[in-house]
Design a protein around this ligand. Structure first.
Ligand code: KG4
Ligand code: ZN
Length: 339
Protein backbone atom coordinates (compact mmCIF):
# COMPACT_ATOMS: atom_id res chain seq x y z
CA UNK A 1 0.00 0.00 0.00
CA UNK A 2 1.35 3.43 -1.02
CA UNK A 3 0.29 6.15 1.41
CA UNK A 4 0.80 9.86 0.78
CA UNK A 5 1.43 11.71 4.07
CA UNK A 6 0.78 15.44 4.50
CA UNK A 7 2.08 17.48 7.46
CA UNK A 8 0.99 21.13 7.78
CA UNK A 9 0.33 21.62 11.50
CA UNK A 10 2.81 24.46 11.99
CA UNK A 11 5.60 25.94 9.89
CA UNK A 12 6.78 22.96 7.80
CA UNK A 13 5.04 21.70 4.68
CA UNK A 14 6.01 18.01 4.65
CA UNK A 15 4.93 15.45 2.06
CA UNK A 16 6.11 11.87 1.73
CA UNK A 17 5.15 8.51 0.27
CA UNK A 18 5.37 5.38 2.40
CA UNK A 19 5.10 2.03 0.60
CA UNK A 20 4.47 -0.94 2.91
CA UNK A 21 5.73 -3.33 0.24
CA UNK A 22 9.17 -1.76 0.41
CA UNK A 23 9.52 -1.94 4.20
CA UNK A 24 12.36 -4.45 3.98
CA UNK A 25 14.37 -2.49 1.42
CA UNK A 26 17.11 0.05 2.16
CA UNK A 27 14.67 2.96 2.16
CA UNK A 28 12.60 1.19 4.89
CA UNK A 29 9.39 1.92 3.00
CA UNK A 30 10.07 5.64 2.61
CA UNK A 31 9.90 5.99 -1.19
CA UNK A 32 10.41 9.74 -1.20
CA UNK A 33 9.86 12.92 0.78
CA UNK A 34 9.89 16.68 0.37
CA UNK A 35 10.01 19.22 3.15
CA UNK A 36 9.62 22.96 2.88
CA UNK A 37 10.40 25.03 5.96
CA UNK A 38 8.86 28.46 6.54
CA UNK A 39 11.49 29.37 9.14
CA UNK A 40 12.84 32.32 7.13
CA UNK A 41 9.35 33.71 6.57
CA UNK A 42 8.61 33.80 10.32
CA UNK A 43 12.12 34.77 11.45
CA UNK A 44 11.31 38.41 10.63
CA UNK A 45 8.58 38.35 13.32
CA UNK A 46 10.41 36.35 16.00
CA UNK A 47 7.86 33.52 15.97
CA UNK A 48 5.35 31.67 13.80
CA UNK A 49 2.59 33.99 12.42
CA UNK A 50 -0.44 31.67 11.97
CA UNK A 51 -2.04 33.57 9.06
CA UNK A 52 1.23 33.63 7.11
CA UNK A 53 1.79 29.92 7.82
CA UNK A 54 -1.61 28.98 6.30
CA UNK A 55 -1.04 31.14 3.22
CA UNK A 56 2.37 29.63 2.64
CA UNK A 57 1.13 26.03 2.98
CA UNK A 58 -1.53 26.79 0.33
CA UNK A 59 1.14 28.25 -1.95
CA UNK A 60 3.42 25.22 -1.62
CA UNK A 61 1.19 22.12 -1.36
CA UNK A 62 0.48 21.52 -5.07
CA UNK A 63 4.02 22.26 -6.36
CA UNK A 64 5.50 20.07 -3.60
CA UNK A 65 3.20 17.18 -4.50
CA UNK A 66 4.39 17.41 -8.10
CA UNK A 67 8.02 17.49 -6.94
CA UNK A 68 7.42 14.43 -4.74
CA UNK A 69 5.73 12.43 -7.50
CA UNK A 70 8.60 13.26 -9.83
CA UNK A 71 11.14 12.21 -7.18
CA UNK A 72 9.30 8.88 -6.70
CA UNK A 73 8.71 8.46 -10.43
CA UNK A 74 5.03 7.93 -9.65
CA UNK A 75 1.68 9.07 -10.98
CA UNK A 76 -1.10 10.40 -8.73
CA UNK A 77 -3.19 7.40 -9.73
CA UNK A 78 -0.68 5.07 -8.04
CA UNK A 79 -1.39 6.50 -4.57
CA UNK A 80 -3.56 4.09 -2.56
CA UNK A 81 -4.48 6.31 0.41
CA UNK A 82 -3.84 9.75 1.90
CA UNK A 83 -3.02 10.62 5.52
CA UNK A 84 -3.03 14.21 6.75
CA UNK A 85 -2.36 15.84 10.12
CA UNK A 86 -5.73 16.52 11.75
CA UNK A 87 -4.36 18.14 14.94
CA UNK A 88 -3.05 19.42 17.28
CA UNK A 89 -1.60 22.57 15.71
CA UNK A 90 -2.52 25.93 14.19
CA UNK A 91 -6.12 25.67 12.96
CA UNK A 92 -5.60 27.48 9.63
CA UNK A 93 -2.43 25.55 8.85
CA UNK A 94 -4.11 22.23 9.70
CA UNK A 95 -7.08 23.05 7.48
CA UNK A 96 -4.91 23.61 4.41
CA UNK A 97 -3.39 20.11 4.55
CA UNK A 98 -6.61 18.41 5.66
CA UNK A 99 -8.74 19.94 2.93
CA UNK A 100 -6.09 19.34 0.28
CA UNK A 101 -5.63 15.71 1.37
CA UNK A 102 -9.34 14.96 1.76
CA UNK A 103 -10.21 16.54 -1.63
CA UNK A 104 -7.37 14.81 -3.46
CA UNK A 105 -8.46 11.47 -1.99
CA UNK A 106 -12.06 12.19 -3.03
CA UNK A 107 -10.91 12.99 -6.57
CA UNK A 108 -8.82 9.82 -6.74
CA UNK A 109 -11.55 7.76 -5.03
CA UNK A 110 -9.20 6.44 -2.35
CA UNK A 111 -9.44 6.46 1.48
CA UNK A 112 -8.22 9.39 3.57
CA UNK A 113 -7.37 9.47 7.26
CA UNK A 114 -6.66 12.29 9.73
CA UNK A 115 -3.70 11.66 12.03
CA UNK A 116 -2.78 13.00 15.48
CA UNK A 117 0.52 14.83 14.97
CA UNK A 118 2.02 13.37 18.16
CA UNK A 119 1.04 9.84 17.12
CA UNK A 120 2.99 10.53 13.92
CA UNK A 121 6.04 11.40 16.02
CA UNK A 122 5.49 8.41 18.33
CA UNK A 123 5.32 5.87 15.50
CA UNK A 124 8.12 7.35 13.32
CA UNK A 125 10.89 5.29 15.00
CA UNK A 126 8.93 2.14 14.07
CA UNK A 127 9.35 2.68 10.33
CA UNK A 128 11.58 0.04 8.87
CA UNK A 129 12.32 -3.66 8.90
CA UNK A 130 13.15 -4.23 12.58
CA UNK A 131 10.96 -1.96 14.66
CA UNK A 132 11.02 -2.16 18.48
CA UNK A 133 8.12 -4.36 19.57
CA UNK A 134 5.19 -3.16 21.67
CA UNK A 135 4.89 -2.56 24.58
CA UNK A 136 7.35 0.24 25.15
CA UNK A 137 7.67 3.54 26.96
CA UNK A 138 7.71 6.53 24.63
CA UNK A 139 9.27 9.89 25.44
CA UNK A 140 7.70 12.49 23.14
CA UNK A 141 9.67 15.69 23.23
CA UNK A 142 8.80 18.42 20.74
CA UNK A 143 8.30 22.18 20.63
CA UNK A 144 4.78 21.86 22.02
CA UNK A 145 4.76 18.62 24.03
CA UNK A 146 6.71 16.68 26.65
CA UNK A 147 4.99 13.36 27.29
CA UNK A 148 5.88 10.00 28.78
CA UNK A 149 3.57 7.34 27.40
CA UNK A 150 3.18 3.60 27.90
CA UNK A 151 2.46 2.41 24.35
CA UNK A 152 0.72 -0.98 24.36
CA UNK A 153 -0.10 -1.04 20.63
CA UNK A 154 -1.12 1.31 17.81
CA UNK A 155 -3.76 3.60 19.32
CA UNK A 156 -3.31 2.16 22.83
CA UNK A 157 -1.54 4.92 24.67
CA UNK A 158 -1.46 5.49 28.42
CA UNK A 159 -0.08 8.83 29.61
CA UNK A 160 2.43 8.33 32.44
CA UNK A 161 3.59 11.92 32.77
CA UNK A 162 3.67 15.29 31.01
CA UNK A 163 4.92 18.82 31.37
CA UNK A 164 2.82 20.99 33.62
CA UNK A 165 4.11 24.11 31.82
CA UNK A 166 6.66 24.60 29.00
CA UNK A 167 7.64 21.77 26.64
CA UNK A 168 11.28 20.65 26.48
CA UNK A 169 11.73 22.01 22.93
CA UNK A 170 10.13 25.33 23.92
CA UNK A 171 12.63 25.51 26.78
CA UNK A 172 15.52 24.99 24.34
CA UNK A 173 14.06 27.69 22.07
CA UNK A 174 13.67 30.21 24.90
CA UNK A 175 17.17 29.59 26.29
CA UNK A 176 18.57 29.97 22.76
CA UNK A 177 16.79 33.30 22.35
CA UNK A 178 18.34 34.56 25.61
CA UNK A 179 21.75 33.54 24.28
CA UNK A 180 21.05 35.41 21.05
CA UNK A 181 20.80 32.23 18.96
CA UNK A 182 18.22 31.95 16.15
CA UNK A 183 15.05 29.80 16.07
CA UNK A 184 14.80 26.80 16.28
CA UNK A 185 16.96 26.94 19.36
CA UNK A 186 17.51 23.22 20.01
CA UNK A 187 20.04 22.45 17.27
CA UNK A 188 21.81 25.81 17.83
CA UNK A 189 22.18 25.23 21.59
CA UNK A 190 23.44 21.69 20.88
CA UNK A 191 26.04 23.07 18.49
CA UNK A 192 27.24 25.76 20.90
CA UNK A 193 27.32 23.20 23.75
CA UNK A 194 29.83 21.05 21.86
CA UNK A 195 32.69 23.27 23.03
CA UNK A 196 31.28 23.96 26.51
CA UNK A 197 31.68 22.35 29.90
CA UNK A 198 28.38 20.76 31.03
CA UNK A 199 29.44 21.02 34.68
CA UNK A 200 30.46 24.68 34.55
CA UNK A 201 27.19 25.93 36.08
CA UNK A 202 24.68 24.16 38.32
CA UNK A 203 21.18 24.58 36.88
CA UNK A 204 18.00 23.22 38.51
CA UNK A 205 16.38 19.86 37.67
CA UNK A 206 12.74 20.80 38.40
CA UNK A 207 10.36 18.16 39.84
CA UNK A 208 13.04 15.49 39.63
CA UNK A 209 11.72 13.56 42.58
CA UNK A 210 8.01 14.23 42.03
CA UNK A 211 6.40 11.49 39.92
CA UNK A 212 6.69 11.45 36.14
CA UNK A 213 5.54 14.99 35.34
CA UNK A 214 7.93 17.68 34.14
CA UNK A 215 8.24 21.42 34.67
CA UNK A 216 10.55 23.46 32.48
CA UNK A 217 9.37 27.05 32.99
CA UNK A 218 11.76 27.57 35.93
CA UNK A 219 14.71 26.79 33.64
CA UNK A 220 14.02 30.01 31.75
CA UNK A 221 14.50 32.08 34.89
CA UNK A 222 17.59 30.07 35.84
CA UNK A 223 19.21 30.71 32.43
CA UNK A 224 18.17 34.36 32.55
CA UNK A 225 19.80 34.76 35.99
CA UNK A 226 22.91 32.92 34.89
CA UNK A 227 23.32 35.21 31.87
CA UNK A 228 22.85 38.23 34.19
CA UNK A 229 25.38 36.89 36.72
CA UNK A 230 27.98 36.35 34.02
CA UNK A 231 27.24 39.72 32.37
CA UNK A 232 30.30 41.21 30.82
CA UNK A 233 31.88 37.80 30.52
CA UNK A 234 28.91 36.45 28.54
CA UNK A 235 30.39 37.90 25.38
CA UNK A 236 33.32 35.54 26.03
CA UNK A 237 32.62 32.62 23.65
CA UNK A 238 33.70 30.07 26.27
CA UNK A 239 31.22 31.41 28.85
CA UNK A 240 28.39 31.20 26.30
CA UNK A 241 29.39 27.65 25.35
CA UNK A 242 29.55 26.70 29.05
CA UNK A 243 26.05 28.13 29.65
CA UNK A 244 24.68 26.21 26.63
CA UNK A 245 26.35 22.96 27.73
CA UNK A 246 25.22 23.31 31.36
CA UNK A 247 21.66 24.10 30.26
CA UNK A 248 21.52 21.17 27.81
CA UNK A 249 22.97 18.87 30.48
CA UNK A 250 20.30 19.91 33.01
CA UNK A 251 17.41 19.31 30.57
CA UNK A 252 18.84 15.99 29.36
CA UNK A 253 19.58 14.82 32.91
CA UNK A 254 15.96 15.53 33.90
CA UNK A 255 14.53 13.74 30.84
CA UNK A 256 16.80 10.70 31.29
CA UNK A 257 16.05 10.26 35.02
CA UNK A 258 12.30 10.41 34.35
CA UNK A 259 12.64 7.87 31.50
CA UNK A 260 14.45 5.42 33.79
CA UNK A 261 11.74 5.92 36.42
CA UNK A 262 8.97 5.43 33.83
CA UNK A 263 10.50 2.17 32.53
CA UNK A 264 10.73 0.82 36.08
CA UNK A 265 7.18 1.91 36.94
CA UNK A 266 5.72 0.38 33.74
CA UNK A 267 7.85 -2.76 34.06
CA UNK A 268 9.11 -2.30 30.48
CA UNK A 269 12.58 -2.60 28.94
CA UNK A 270 12.24 -0.64 25.69
CA UNK A 271 12.24 3.15 25.39
CA UNK A 272 11.33 4.89 22.13
CA UNK A 273 12.15 8.61 21.86
CA UNK A 274 10.51 10.87 19.29
CA UNK A 275 9.82 14.52 18.44
CA UNK A 276 12.28 17.30 17.57
CA UNK A 277 14.29 17.13 20.80
CA UNK A 278 14.93 13.39 20.26
CA UNK A 279 17.37 14.47 17.52
CA UNK A 280 19.64 15.75 20.33
CA UNK A 281 22.88 13.76 20.38
CA UNK A 282 23.62 14.38 24.07
CA UNK A 283 20.15 13.02 24.96
CA UNK A 284 20.66 9.91 22.80
CA UNK A 285 24.11 9.16 24.16
CA UNK A 286 23.12 9.69 27.80
CA UNK A 287 20.06 7.47 27.39
CA UNK A 288 22.11 4.74 25.77
CA UNK A 289 24.58 4.74 28.67
CA UNK A 290 21.98 4.93 31.44
CA UNK A 291 19.57 2.35 29.97
CA UNK A 292 22.42 -0.07 29.43
CA UNK A 293 22.87 -0.10 33.22
CA UNK A 294 19.30 -1.36 33.70
CA UNK A 295 19.29 -3.76 30.72
CA UNK A 296 16.92 -1.59 28.74
CA UNK A 297 17.27 -0.34 25.16
CA UNK A 298 16.59 3.00 23.49
CA UNK A 299 15.21 3.34 19.95
CA UNK A 300 14.90 6.44 17.78
CA UNK A 301 14.38 7.59 14.22
CA UNK A 302 17.06 9.17 12.02
CA UNK A 303 17.30 12.95 12.79
CA UNK A 304 15.30 13.97 9.68
CA UNK A 305 12.33 11.92 10.92
CA UNK A 306 12.50 13.36 14.46
CA UNK A 307 11.42 16.87 13.54
CA UNK A 308 8.17 17.54 11.66
CA UNK A 309 7.86 15.68 8.34
CA UNK A 310 5.34 14.02 6.03
CA UNK A 311 6.82 10.52 6.37
CA UNK A 312 5.68 10.06 9.97
CA UNK A 313 2.11 11.01 8.97
CA UNK A 314 2.20 8.60 6.01
CA UNK A 315 3.43 5.79 8.25
CA UNK A 316 0.91 6.47 11.05
CA UNK A 317 -1.78 6.60 8.34
CA UNK A 318 -0.70 3.21 7.05
CA UNK A 319 -0.91 1.70 10.56
CA UNK A 320 -4.38 3.18 11.16
CA UNK A 321 -5.68 2.06 7.74
CA UNK A 322 -4.31 -1.43 8.40
CA UNK A 323 -6.40 -1.42 11.58
CA UNK A 324 -9.47 -0.79 9.41
CA UNK A 325 -9.88 2.90 10.12
CA UNK A 326 -10.50 5.79 7.71
CA UNK A 327 -12.27 9.15 7.86
CA UNK A 328 -15.50 10.10 6.13
CA UNK A 329 -15.89 12.97 3.69
CA UNK A 330 -16.41 15.67 6.31
CA UNK A 331 -13.13 17.42 7.13
CA UNK A 332 -12.56 18.25 10.78
CA UNK A 333 -9.38 19.56 12.38
CA UNK A 334 -8.69 19.58 16.12
CA UNK A 335 -6.25 22.36 17.12
CA UNK A 336 -6.12 21.25 20.78
CA UNK A 337 -6.22 17.49 20.93
CA UNK A 338 -4.92 15.44 23.87
CA UNK A 339 -3.20 12.14 22.99
O1 KG4 B 1 8.72 17.94 16.62
P1 KG4 B 1 9.14 19.27 16.18
O2 KG4 B 1 9.86 19.41 14.87
O3 KG4 B 1 7.93 20.25 16.08
C1 KG4 B 1 6.86 20.24 16.99
O4 KG4 B 1 5.95 19.41 16.81
O5 KG4 B 1 6.95 21.03 17.95
O6 KG4 B 1 10.04 19.86 17.36
C2 KG4 B 1 10.62 21.11 17.26
C3 KG4 B 1 11.42 21.35 18.53
C4 KG4 B 1 11.99 22.76 18.60
O7 KG4 B 1 11.68 23.28 19.88
C5 KG4 B 1 13.48 22.55 18.42
O8 KG4 B 1 14.25 23.52 19.09
C6 KG4 B 1 13.68 21.17 18.99
O9 KG4 B 1 12.54 20.45 18.59
N1 KG4 B 1 14.90 20.51 18.47
C7 KG4 B 1 15.97 20.18 19.23
C8 KG4 B 1 16.94 19.63 18.35
N2 KG4 B 1 16.42 19.63 17.09
C9 KG4 B 1 15.17 20.18 17.18
N3 KG4 B 1 16.18 20.31 20.55
C10 KG4 B 1 17.36 19.89 21.04
N4 KG4 B 1 18.34 19.38 20.27
C11 KG4 B 1 18.19 19.22 18.94
N5 KG4 B 1 19.17 18.71 18.19
ZN1 ZN C 1 6.06 17.91 15.76
Amino acid sequence: MKVLGLETSCDETGLAIFDSEQINSDNQGLVGQVLYSQIELHALYGGVVPELASRDHIRKLVPLLNELLEQCDMKKSEIDAIAYTKGPGLIGALMTGALFGRSLAYGLDIPAIGIHHMEGHLLAPLMGANPPAFPFVSLLVSGGHTLLIAAHGVGQYEILGESIDDAAGECFDKAAKMLGLPYPGGPNIAKLAETGNPDAYALPRPMLHRGLDFSFSGMKTAVHNLIKDTEGSDSDPQVRADIAASFQHAVVDTLVKKCVKALKQAGMSRLVIAGGVSANTHLRETLEAELDKINATVHYAPPALCTDNGAMIAYAGFERLQAGQSDDLAVSCIPRWPM
